[in-house]
Design a protein around this ligand. Structure first.
Ligand code: M6R
Length: 611
């Protein structure tokens, strides 16, 4: 939540700051601002609203100076006001700061400062840091020393970009728990919450670790550890291309990302598949011996990643014959849940920066169990905590509503299951081959579903004036019912709930009347299909409007349901990769028809770096 960017260069930086903060906007869009250092003077332009709105009033790109910082805010402390917008200044106006995170002890620090005569211009926790840095500068040393000493007084999470009017050309950055990447440009250095913000200027980065301090000028980058010693850090090349972070002709990032899924699934699946096996070992360090030693899997995740984990739970039990359970990361970390020997803890995250998931993962590491991250962002905090990482190759996901990250997570889990089933010898080669074959077909099948976009858009019209919706699914499709409901509510603001289909009779059926759309995921299968048909009958008997997701060619369901969207026939276990696609498109079109801001839904942030 919140995005920060900073640049120090041989040329004016305001255009780069404005462009970068626009790219980071998915992290927060309550207010936006920048500070530039022009000679010995700090100039600030900031305001309430989205980047385009504030930029239209203040003309960010016109700010003078070769060094600067910028910020987009998702408010935590204090209302959505001009004064609470970043950057914040120290009392003498000589230090400017942008911050992503939460300072937990800010109130105590603020009271101490107030007792010593400090007056505050904002209600934020961040302003306290600016005051502390100014005080530390009075005690002597450079801006770097002052930032380091001030950060020692902070409890909580922070990524900071700091300027001082007394050190023109210098940008100082540090972090604890909130992400911060340093980019190496052409006679310039950059900092950002996320590589996507700086990809146009560099593909070479260093990830700052907790408590490290970076001192950047246009020509130099020095990084110090917590003890103040200069350190050398490995530079990494980012293989995401810039186009991946643009809309590419689509109206919204979400729609583009939905349509990217065939390619991104292929990118995630193909390099790991051989004719009769999955090859993971060199990339992840997960050997067959490691897989054989795993008796239990505990998933940790939040939001959509939690739904992917629920699909994973089903896959581990069904395919790898290994008990699995799914925990909300935010709950797990505050419980003393037993982690028996032989447990693999799998943390799932698109961003790799979700505070609760990373804290829960750290707890698992602390308790000595083997951990694995399934993550989309190379070098993110999560991948540096876990013992092993399986990357999803979804590319940058900018739309706040997660789509391609979800399906590539499921594909990664499926690969892991094939590898584990093979290592444990719990499935025969024919079964393994048919799973490999099924997975290979999935990208093309997703493509076929996307071709029904127009049909789905027409169905979406029936939702636009509704206030509620119910999503039903059974077995491996129950998590998809949850995911479909989450997609609808987060971007269209229609209240929606997902249930296992059989649970409907235990309460939710009371809600059904002719105003209630009920989305039923009912692909043909031997186990539950007939029962789900029964649930559709029950909804129709109460005048509910049924939208069925059915297997191609199923005429029975088409006669019962008001609207039917077909998905190709697949292995049951691969079904979620397909059944979720029409639900993503449905929620997209409903939100679009209702005039909602699809990529930046209200109150949300793409990356939840606070608990
Ligand atoms: O980056 P993560 O996968 O850890 O994010 C977890 C959730 O915040 C995220 O999935 C959220 O629920 C999305 N808005 C869902 O579309």
């Amino acid at each position: 939540m919140c995005g920060i960017i900073g640049v120090t260069s041989t040329e004016p930086v305001a255009p780069k700051l404005a462009d970068g903060v626009r790219r980071l906007e998915y992290r927060g869009y309550d207010s936006v601002g920048l500070a530039t250092l022009d000679g010995g003077a700090i100039g600030i332009r900031k305001g309430v609203g989205k980047v385009d709105e504030v930029d239209a009033q203040l003309d960010f790109a016109a700010a003078a100076g070769n060094t600067g910082i910028a910020h987009c805010r998702w408010g935590t402390h204090g209302g959505i006001t001009h004064n609470n917008a970043h950057p914040h200044l120290s009392p003498n106006g000589k230090v400017a700061i942008v911050h992503n995170g939460i300072i937990e002890n800010y109130l105590a620090l603020k009271q101490d400062l107030q007792a010593n005569g400090h007056a505050f211009a904002s209600e934020t926790d961040t302003e306290v840091i600016a005051h502390l840095i100014e005080l530390e500068l009075e005690h002597g040393g450079t801006l770097k020393d002052a930032v380091h000493r001030a950060s020692k007084q902070l409890v909580g999470s922070y990524a900071l970009g700091v300027l001082s009017a007394d050190e023109p050309g210098t940008l100082v950055a540090t972090r604890n728990e909130s992400p911060l990447v340093i980019g190496f440009g052409d006679r310039e250095h950059l900092i950002a919450s996320d590589v996507a913000a700086i990809l146009t200027h560099t593909d070479t980065v260093v990830y700052l670790d907790n408590h490290e301090v970076a001192v950047l000028t246009a020509e130099s980058c020095a990084i110090y550890d917590d003890g103040g010693f200069a350190i050398d850090k490995q530079r990494e090349k980012i293989d995401w291309d810039m186009e991946a972070a643009e809309k590419g002709g689509f109206e919204h990032f979400m729609l583009k990302e939905i349509h990217e899924q065939p390619g991104k699934l292929a990118d995630t699946i193909s390099p790991r598949l051989r004719d009769h096996e999955v090859v993971f070992e060199a990339e992840t360090g997960v050997t067959a011996e490691v897989l054989r030693g795993i008796d239990r899997v505990i998933f940790l995740a939040c939001g959509t990643s939690w739904h992917a984990a629920m699909v994973g739970e089903f896959l581990f039990e069904e395919l790898a014959k290994t008990p699995a359970e799914v925990e909300y990361a935010s709950e797990f970390r505050y419980r003393n849940a037993p982690i028996p020997p032989g447990t693999l803890v799998v943390a799932m995250s698109q961003s790799g920066e979700t505070a609760d998931t990373n804290a829960a993962l750290e707890e698992a590491v602390r308790r000595g169990t083997r951990t694995l991250a399934v993550c989309n962002v190379r070098g993110s905090t999560m991948t540096r905590i876990a013992h092993h990482t399986v990357y999803t190759h979804a590319g940058p996901e900018i739309g706040v509503a997660s789509t391609k990250a979800f399906t590539t997570q499921i594909a990664a889990l499926y690969l892991l299951n094939i590898a584990m089933a093979q290592a444990k010898g719990v499935l025969n080669q024919q079964q393994i081959d048919s799973m490999i074959q099924g997975l290979r077909q999935a990208p093309l099948q997703v493509e076929q579903i996307l071709d029904q976009n127009d049909t789905i858009q027409k169905i979406a019209k029936h939702f636009t004036s509704r206030s509620n919706a119910i999503y039903l699914g059974r077995g491996v499709h129950f998590p998809i019912a949850l995911e479909g409901a989450l997609k609808l509510k987060e971007i269209s603001y229609i209240h929606a709930e997902g249930y296992p289909a059989a649970e409907m009779k235990h309460g939710p059926i009371a809600l059904i009347d002719k105003q209630m759309p009920v989305v039923v995921i009912a692909p043909t299968d031997k186990l539950t299909y007939q029962k789900t048909l029964g649930n559709i009958e029950e909804v129709k008997a109460r005048d509910g409007v049924v939208i069925a997701i059915a297997t191609e060619g199923d005429q029975t369901i088409a006669q019962l349901a008001d609207h039917t969207i077909y998905i190709p026939e697949s292995l049951y276990s691969i079904g979620p990769l397909l059944s979720v696609i029409p639900l993503q498109l449905l929620s997209y079109h409903v939100a679009e028809l209702r005039g909602c801001d699809v990529d930046k839904p209200r109150n949300l942030s793409k990356v939840v770096t606070v608990e």
